[in-house]
Design a binder for this molecule. Structure first.
Ligand SMILES: NC(=O)c1ccc[n+]([C@@H]2O[C@H](COP(=O)([O-])OP(=O)(O)OC[C@H]3O[C@@H](n4cnc5c(N)ncnc54)[C@H](OP(=O)(O)O)[C@@H]3O)[C@@H](O)[C@H]2O)c1
Length: 251
């Protein structure tokens, strides 16, 4: 039988790239989706492509045409798929001064990346999923605890999470579907020290959790054959902390 195969979206950088590298080192075949750039060095990519263990495809998940193109490329590759990680994400604050068209566009883009693209990749690639395949969506503590500053992002992640629970019902017992709900795993470069301190002061463990914390959750969900329709919190206790201030607006 072919090597186990995983599809990871948003895997050109940060957590997605970390997961792609992990599964390549572990002997898996990896299908990477990326948006603006793939930071895996060309030489490293070529080594795995030559071993028929890696393909990377660009797609802007806000565009249905781009998503369709991605689906077609994965179809053509014709690799049976054992696991999917829906990691791609569009994180931005709402603009309170945005006009109707701008607000509409943001809602549309958020919904496209977090829900419509996930729906398309799930249904259009269904014939490639092996029996026992596992789908994992990466959501956010904000999926359950809204944050007025990021309302559109929160709503999209909440929608993604709920979609996963319906998928768990729909695809059982052949395919398991779960979500990971991260807290602060790795701040973005634009986050100020002040912002980072405030966020961490609201978690119980009071530290950035690192990409490895999410990998541990993914490994658990891939191995836990009795688990479907679950939401795994990997948030350093942020959602259990009693203080949850959401109004500060520096970033
Ligand atoms: N970092 C944290 O502390 C944290 C906290 C809570 C939840 N999470 C969740 O954990 C996951 C990984 O976190 P992260 O910080 O590594 O995520 P990230 O860098 O914010 O986003 C992941 C990927 O999504 C891609 N993406 C953005 N817009 C896209 C579009 N229109 N089409 C296709 N791809 C698009 C990005 O590619 P480009 O950069 O090329 O656009 C990026 O590589 C995400 O789902 C995130 O929401 C992270």
């Amino acid at each position: 039988m072919d090597a186990s195969t995983i599809l990871i979206t948003g895997a050109g950088r940060r957590l997605g790239l970390f997961l792609a590298r992990h599964y390549l080192s572990a002997g898996w075949r990896v299908i990477v989706h990326y948006n603006t750039r793939n930071e895996m060095p060309e030489l490293e990519q070529q080594r795995y492509i030559q071993a028929s263990r890696y393909m990377a495809f660009q797609a802007d998940l806000t565009s249905s045409r781009s998503v369709e193109d991605l689906v077609n490329k994965i179809h053509k590759l014709n690799w049976d798929i054992d696991a999917v990680i829906h990691n791609a994400s569009y994180f931005t604050a709402d603009d309170p001064s945005a006009n109707l068209n701008e607000r509409w566009q943001l809602q549309q883009d958020m919904t496209s990346v977090h829900i419509l693209a996930v729906d398309a990749l799930t249904h259009q690639l269904m014939s490639h999923y092996r029996d026992g395949a596992s789908i994992i969506a990466v959501t956010d503590v904000y999926a359950d605890k809204p944050n007025q500053r990021f309302a559109t992002y929160c709503a999209a992640k909440a929608g993604l999470q709920n979609l996963c629970l319906s998928y768990a019902q729909r695809f059982a017992p052949r395919i398991r579907v779960n979500a990971i709900q991260p807290g602060p795993i790795q701040f973005l470069p634009e986050h100020s020290d002040e912002y980072q301190k405030k966020v961490l002061s609201q978690s119980l463990l009071k530290r950035e959790l690192g990409y490895d914390s999410i990998l541990q959750g993914v490994e658990y969900l891939l191995a836990a054959k009795a688990v479907t329709g679950s939401i795994l919190k990997i948030d350093g206790g942020r959602s259990s902390a009693n203080h949850y201030e959401q109004t500060f607006n520096d970033s």
